[in-house]
Design a protein around this ligand. Structure first.
Ligand SMILES: [Zn+2]
Length: 62
């Protein structure tokens, strides 16, 4: 599923890819990527996704 203009960083189009572990949220424009577990998703709002993407990619440094 793609949500248009939902990226908190660049307002690009965001791709949601759900699998067994959770949901991968990936911006097609800037490459910002976040993963939410199903536990996270239970009370996840669009605002939380936006906030998570707006933060720097510290998690991806490793
Ligand atoms: Zn983006």
């Amino acid at each position: 599923m793609i949500k248009f203009k939902a990226c908190g960083r660049c307002e690009g189009d965001v791709y949601f890819n759900a699998d067994r572990r959770g949901v991968d949220v990936y911006c097609l424009q800037c490459g910002s990527r976040r993963f939410f577990t199903h536990d996270d998703m239970r009370d996840l709002t669009a605002q939380k996704v936006t906030d998570a993407q707006a933060t720097d990619d510290i998690q991806e440094a490793a």
